[in-house]
Design a protein around this ligand. Structure first.
Ligand code: PLP
Length: 391
């Protein structure tokens, strides 16, 4: 059997390898604190669990999803965008339910990229953007996210020869892995830049509901012209602590959404109906649990930032997301440092280089553990730093 050549550029085995390695360490009796996990350690709120349970209990709700009307879910998504971001969407043509944002993360490239076309991908970034441009046969051009630019792409620095040929650009604010957020001026400039060059913008807003200091992040869709140039993909995963549900949405440009729907017509049969009902319940419910949950993330963030800074790992306090981006000690490659910390301190953090070449020199820590557990991680790292980095 010959596996298709299009898979050749795909990497991404490192995190899988590390998970296997940590499972082996556990079998050997070593108790690792895994600070890599991008899945909230909270459960979905009780009323959502009940809604799902009730729906699953209906004998008649287990047919193909096309058996049931999809419009109530589309209406709930449009209603949520209106209340949360003040964005008016036509629930028929400007909303498309997804099986998690990963669904569109993959398929949007099949809609925008023909073999050889350029896809602009931020670096560092979530690994799927690059992988899926490549799967579609596209050429990846990296757009660096540098500390001195607040981890925003410098659009003026994208060479005109590249920008002129690009079919799409990915943006992701609040950002994984850096925790950066983007100001309104960035989105306005991006829209005008994209319109001039006819580049589609795909905004990944999966983290808009995990924010600190009551500062709610914006949506790309809030800015005039956004619907003309692109779409936003969103997800219930991080918002409602339900990464396993596989419920999300794409909103915005109706032509691109119609194209996505055409591809999805052949790749899945839609969202399980009980899941649709639970998603509707989530999107229509008051959001007060999020503030409480985010307060807990904030306490963890503050404790970790202080602890990391004390032991010499300078951290950038995020305004949103449950990730901390921190510098590795000078002279270390991020992968070497993280592997050493795993071996010697039993603490796993993700090397920045996993997210791209501009991630080198950094590491990512997830705030997805109770504060006591994070304190223990800091104690371990502190002993490790004392032993390994005494001058
Ligand atoms: C930036 C980003 N986008 C998308 C996803 C995928 O989320 P979903 O569960 O909605 O597929 C993740 C998951 O970690 C992510 O970090």
């Amino acid at each position: 059997m010959q596996i298709a050549k299009r898979l050749e550029p795909l990497k991404g085995f490192f995190t899988m390898e590390m998970n296997i390695r940590m499972a082996r360490m556990k079998q050997e009796g070593r108790e690792v604190i895994n600070l890599g996990v991008g899945d909230p350690d909270f459960t979905p709120p009780d009323h959502l669990l009940q809604a799902l349970q009730e729906a699953v209990g209906h004998r008649e709700y287990h047919h193909y999803p096309s058996f049931y009307p999809i419009q109530p879910l589309k209406n709930a998504i449009a209603g949520w965008y209106q209340r949360r971001f003040g964005v008016a969407l036509d629930p028929i043509s400007e909303v498309l339910p997804l099986l998690g944002s990963t669904d569109a993360l993959f398929m949007v490239h099949l809609c925008l990229i023909d073999p050889g076309d350029i896809g602009l991908v931020p670096d560092p970034s979530y690994a799927s953007y690059q992988a899926c441009v490549q799967l579609a046969g596209g050429r990846v051009e990296k757009v660096p996210l540098l500390k001195e630019n607040g981890f925003l792409p410098d659009l003026d620095k994208i060479p005109s020869g590249v920008a002129g040929k690009a079919k799409m650009i990915w943006i992701n604010y609040p950002n994984n892995p850096t925790g950066a957020t983007a100001p309104p001026d960035f989105f306005k400039k991006l829209i005008s830049w994209a319109r001039t060059r006819d580049v589609a913008v795909v905004s990944d807003n999966a983290y808009s509901e995990v924010y600190f200091d009551h500062q709610r992040p914006v949506s790309f869709m809030e800015f005039p012209g956004a619907k003309e140039v692109g779409i936003e993909i969103h997800s219930l995963s991080k918002s409602y602590n339900c990464c396993g549900w596989r419920a999300g949405m794409a909103v915005g440009n109706k032509d691109l959404l119609a194209a996505l729907a055409r591809v999805k017509n052949h790749s899945d049969r839609g969202m399980y109906y009980p899941m649709q009902l639970a998603a509707i319940k989530a999107l229509n419910s008051p959001d007060d649990f999020k503030e409480k949950r985010n307060q807990i993330f904030q306490e963890r963030r503050d404790m970790l930032v202080e602890g990391l800074n004390k032991i010499g790992l300078k951290a950038f306090p995020p305004k949103a997301t449950f990730y901390l981006w921190a510098n590795v000690p000078p002279g270390y490659k991020s992968q070497d440092f993280c592997l050493k910390a795993l071996e010697e301190a039993n603490v796993w953090m993700i090397p920045g280089s996993v997210y791209g070449q501009y991630g080198e020199g950094y590491l990512r820590i997830a705030l997805t553990h109770p504060v006591e557990r994070l304190r223990e991680a800091i104690r371990r790292l502190s002993r490790f730093m004392d032993c390994s980095f005494q001058s």
